[in-house]
Design a protein around this ligand. Structure first.
Ligand SMILES: NC(=O)c1ccc[n+]([C@@H]2O[C@H](COP(=O)([O-])OP(=O)(O)OC[C@H]3O[C@@H](n4cnc5c(N)ncnc54)[C@H](OP(=O)(O)O)[C@@H]3O)[C@@H](O)[C@H]2O)c1
Length: 255
């Protein structure tokens, strides 16, 4: 039964793989048999991940890609396919959040956040689908959204809007590309502990947020592995346009 999650022979591309969840997703996909193109702007960080994967017997390539620039996305995607072969699974993970009250939000901050989280995911998805359809190959696109695309918190208005947009984009592309055998799904993580936000969870504000999670704990990157592998593998063959919420019950708490 576990074979239905196996990715041996598949090629995956992960955006934002230089830290946090993207780095973890790359490790998980590799551990389950996929060759992985790891992409981000900080290529130096990607090299050490590639070395780690190769040392463990896996196959990987480090590719510089800025998801906010169409030229960079298209060049990086082509470079990844030249290195590893046709890509079967794309994980649209690159994302940023900038905290500022909406009344004071500079125009440039809005653009930066929406361009990375929404327009960037769109550019990567479109490029992927163009390659997949040209090669008449099926594929999977997995968009990393957030529970903040379903509910809101203060001071991150463009992030809230971009993640809500990404969830609807997931449904729109799922409908349009099903005929090509391309499945488009989303994962909406709740609060996941990564190196980046570690210190915040020790603060009183961080502790108050944890108290609103029914499971009374933060997620760990590994808690997303099941959803990721389901959407990437044969186990998820009949799924498209779906959003898997992995949040310890956070979104069912209306407080
Ligand atoms: N951690 C959580 O609790 C949580 C919860 C819900 C959703 N998420 C989502 O999960 C994803 C990963 O978050 P994280 O917590 O792992 O954040 P993170 O550690 O800050 O990682 C973000 C990644 O995105 C990349 N990135 C940023 N701007 C980019 C750009 N213009 N082009 C290409 N790559 C870019 C960064 O790499 P470079 O700087 O090297 O380019 C980095 O690898 C995001 O989409 C986030 O919204 C996270």
């Amino acid at each position: 039964m576990s074979k239905i999650f196996d990715l041996t022979g598949k090629v995956a591309l992960v955006t934002g793989a230089s830290s946090g969840l993207g780095l973890h997703f790359a490790r998980t996909l590799s551990a389950n048999g996929a060759a992985v193109a790891v992409t981000a702007r900080r290529r130096d960080r990607l090299e050490s991940l590639v070395n780690e994967i190769q040392a463990a017997g896996g196959k990987a390539a480090a590719i510089a890609m800025d998801v906010t620039a169409g030229d960079s996305v298209r060049a990086g995607y082509a470079e990844a396919e030249a290195a590893l072969g046709p890509i079967d699974v794309v994980v649209n993970n690159a994302g940023i959040s900038i905290v500022k009250p909406a009344l004071e939000m500079p125009e440039a901050t809005w653009d930066e956040v929406v361009n990375t989280n929404l327009r960037g995911a769109w550019l990567v998805a479109q490029t992927a689908a163009q390659h997949m359809t040209a090669a008449r190959r099926a594929g999977r696109i997995i968009n990393i959204a957030s529970i903040l695309g379903l509910r809101t918190i203060g001071q991150v208005a463009p992030y809230n809007a971009a993640k809500a947009g990404l969830l609807h984009l997931t449904r729109a592309l799922a409908m349009e590309w099903a005929r090509h055998g391309i499945q488009v799904n989303a994962i909406s993580p709740g609060y996941i502990e990564t190196e980046m936000n570690d210190a915040f969870w020790q603060t009183p504000a961080g502790q108050r947020l944890i108290e609103r999670v029914p499971q009374r704990r933060l997620g760990k990157p590994a808690h997303l592995d099941g959803a990721l592998l389901l959407l990437a593998s044969d186990a998820g063959t009949f799924m498209t346009g779906a959003n898997i919420v992995v949040d310890g019950g956070h979104t069912v708490n209306s407080l």
